[in-house]
Design a protein around this ligand. Structure first.
Ligand code: T3D
Length: 263
């Protein structure tokens, strides 16, 4: 399918979703929300896709909700804000967290508002030295949404998360790295190569075991230690039946490199 507001490309087992409204700093209008949902669904169902990259075209990752679009919608009294979030951003974030394939975020510039939430929904985050993160909601007297209130305290602790949310300060990439908001900071010209190297590596890895690991870590955020120990045992029973597991053990014993198929 051709998209108007995003680019979607699959190569070498990696699907890349690029937010593509650079003249609007990749702010989300309704088309971009729905196209992102569709691309995530396509990547999830495409068996050749074993890892994803999410990034932005131009100088921003995403400035969040397109406020001109938002204003127009409000003026026409179309639906509530909550309904718009439920049917849009919440679906994107839920799909990203539930998808049992690794998602590499390549934050090339500003990630603000819902754009920050979508960045934080990625599994591994690479940020350009030019990236900034901003909980911009407070600037328009809204509450952080798109998972920001969930992801932020878990990544950087409640005190710093609250400060970010209520000041709307722009966190630069070096500070984001120090806080543990991102995994890596990369010179802008090397960002996509670094993200692609990671995604291509993951696309050759045991996809199902990675998916189960993501499932376990998602659940662990709510579990007691005892619950996690039991859940790990259950998932290990599943992983133990995968052909990639048999291949991994056989390759180790034969002193050769494993060839994982993602099955
Ligand atoms: O109904 C619902 O679903 C509600 C859901 C809400 C979810 C949300 O995301 S609410 C938060 C919405 N986002 C913001 O409030 C962010 C606003 N933008 C900024 O804070 C800054 O623009 C950035 C930090 C993203 C980047 O700053 P900077 O200095 O690099 O760029 P700039 O000069 O502020 O912006 C450049 C242009 O982009 C400018 O337009 P112009 O003057 O060149 O014609 C600016 O108006 C436009 N722009 C930036 N962000 C948005 C935007 N236009 C529409 N919507 C935006 N979000």
């Amino acid at each position: 399918m051709a998209y108007d507001t995003i680019l979607y490309d699959v190569a070498g087992g990696v699907a890349t979703i690029t937010f593509n409204r650079p003249e609007k700093l990749n702010a989300f209008n309704d088309t971009m929300i729905q196209e992102t949902i569709k691309a995530l669904r396509d990547a999830e169902h495409d068996e050749t896709v074993r890892a994803l990259i999410v990034t932005g075209a131009g100088r921003a990752f995403s400035a969040g909700q397109d406020l001109a679009d938002y204003q127009e919608r409000r003026a026409r009294s179309i639906g509530t804000i909550g309904d718009h979030i439920r049917s849009g951003y919440n679906v994107i974030v839920t799909r990203m967290r539930a998808m049992e394939k690794p998602i590499v975020g390549a934050v090339n510039g500003a990630a603000a508002g819902a754009g920050a939430g979508i960045a934080l929904a990625c599994d591994i985050l690479f940020a350009s030295e030019q990236a900034i993160f901003a909980e911009a909601f407070i600037g328009i007297a809204l509450v952080p949404d798109s998972g920001n209130t969930w992801f932020l305290p878990r990544r950087i602790g409640p005190a710093r998360a609250f400060e970010m949310a209520v000041t709307g300060e722009r966190i630069r990439a070096d500070e984001a790295l120090r806080l543990g908001l991102v995994n890596h900071v990369i010179p802008p010209e090397d960002l996509m190569k670094a993200a692609r190297d990671m995604a291509e590596h993951l696309a050759q890895a045991p996809t199902k075991a990675i998916g189960l690991t993501k499932r376990a870590m998602n659940r662990a955020l709510e579990f007691t230690l005892d619950q996690s120990l039991e859940y790990e045992a259950q998932l290990q029973d599943i992983a133990g039946r995968l052909s990639d597991h048999q291949e991994g053990v056989a390759a180790f014993l034969a002193k050769r490199q494993p060839k994982f198929t993602g099955k």
